[in-house]
Design a protein around this ligand. Structure first.
Ligand SMILES: Cc1ncc(COP(=O)(O)O)c(C=O)c1O
Length: 390
């Protein structure tokens, strides 16, 4: 238990230690650990005062947790197209703003950042709250600032597939004392955490149990101390793989608004057309080298195309009429720009435990597959998307 029980805990405070370590390393005013990245998003939204009737603009490419959190506080998710940064397109964001918009939620997908200058400008112009989902991008930065610390609040995830994991866990980051105090109470049944008698604490507002446990925090602390080691291994492996794929002129790479801030968790690359990308995926599968690679357009969890449960409003609890209407709208919304990006993108997860030999073999086999597909392809297959990704 991370709060209270002062006499029995023998002054061991793992959650506090991890919060302090994250605050120091990421240069962030306040950190509130939670039980998961999803509960961190919910906690952040509630702590920022977002609720029923509010529209939250988020990208079409993200994890399902983004809209789950928005729905859970009673707000309406509004999805917008991404561009070849694999993050929300600021032009699409501007077009989606209505009088109900309260918050913009960029998601820093696959280890790298959204165009934060453009998004901050939109927030300033329209007086909107900025919540950064940095759950996939711990250790990444934008113009020297850690992702998750730029907006009014940000979130991290420490689940089992993240760069830093404690099995399950998350964090709310903020530089705003009130948002932090809200998050601290909201994630622990609304407790005010004043004094050292838990039973006597008051509840200034309604909260929930989104606490992390001390056991998870202890594992997280040990992992977090290795963050910079992890980042440097990722960078080395990523650079090698990218250099090898760069030798094939048809292969293009994701636009990264501040390349120096990439956490190098994934190498995301584009084939010139969807047809060629599908052929590469098929050939990788045939050669049994697709593991660790993601073709997002076909992915069940990360892209709007496969979120049928969302689009058909399959919820166990009744949603508000405004929420149902917002979700039904997704069925007729044009996501062709996102489809174009997703259809020709493959993301290769960068391993931490690869040996140099394994890395070289992966790069060689991947390059061979791409070259084979390009050699066998009809000339038209090369053109359909070249222009948009140039
Ligand atoms: C972008 C994004 N947001 C939120 C989450 C939720 O994190 P968790 O799995 O810790 O609930 C994830 C997890 O994959 C994610 O990728």
């Amino acid at each position: 238990m991370r709060y209270g029980f002062d006499a029995t805990r023998k002054d061991i405070w793992k959650s506090r230690e991890l919060e302090q370590a994250i605050a120091t390393r990421l240069n962030c005013g306040f950190v509130q650990l939670t039980s998961s990245g999803t509960s961190a998003l919910t906690t952040a939204l509630a702590s920022l005062g977002i609720g029923a009737g509010d529209e939250v603009i988020m990208p079409s490419f993200t994890f399902v947790a983004s809209f789950e959190a928005v729905l859970s506080v009673g707000a309406n998710p509004v999805l917008v197209d991404i561009n070849d940064s694999l993050t929300m397109d600021p032009v699409a964001v501007r077009k989606a703003i209505t009088s109900a918009t309260r918050c913009i939620m960029p998601v820093h997908m696959c280890g790298a950042m959204a165009d934060m200058d453009a998004i901050q400008e939109i927030c300033r112009d329209h007086k909107l709250i900025l919540l950064e989902d940095a759950c996939q991008s711990i250790g990444a930065s934008y113009k020297g600032k850690s992702l998750g610390t730029i907006g009014d609040a940000g979130t991290l995830s420490f689940d089992f597939v993240k760069t830093v994991t404690c099995a399950e866990g998350g964090a709310v980051l903020t530089n705003n004392k009130t948002v932090y105090t809200n998050a601290d109470g909201y994630s622990d049944h609304g407790h005010d955490h004043i004094g050292n008698d838990r039973g006597a604490e008051l509840h200034p507002f309604i909260g929930y149990n989104f606490r992390i446990s001390e056991l998870h925090a202890a594992v997280g602390l040990a992992q977090f101390r290795k963050l910079d080691t992890f980042l440097s291994i990722q960078k080395k492996n990523h650079q090698y793989l990218q250099a090898e794929l760069s030798k094939i002129q048809e292969v293009k790479f994701r636009t990264i608004p501040d390349p120096a801030g990439d956490s190098h968790t994934f190498l995301s690359w584009f084939m010139p057309s969807r047809q060629l990308t599908e052929a590469v995926v098929a050939e990788m599968k045939a050669q049994q080298i697709f593991g660790g690679n993601f073709y997002w357009i076909d992915h069940n969890w990360h892209y709007v195309r496969k979120w049928d449960h969302l689009k058909t409003v399959k919820a166990l609890n009744r949603l508000t009429p405004a929420q149902s209407a917002a979700l039904k709208k997704l069925n007729t919304q044009d996501f062709s720009k996102s489809d174009e990006v997703m259809g020709s993108c493959i993301s290769t997860a960068i391993g931490l435990s690869w040996t140099d030999e394994q890395l070289q073999e992966k790069a060689t086999r991947l390059a061979e597959v791409i070259k084979k597909v390009l050699t066998n392809a009809s000339p038209q297959a090369h053109y359909s998307q070249q222009a948009s990704l140039a």
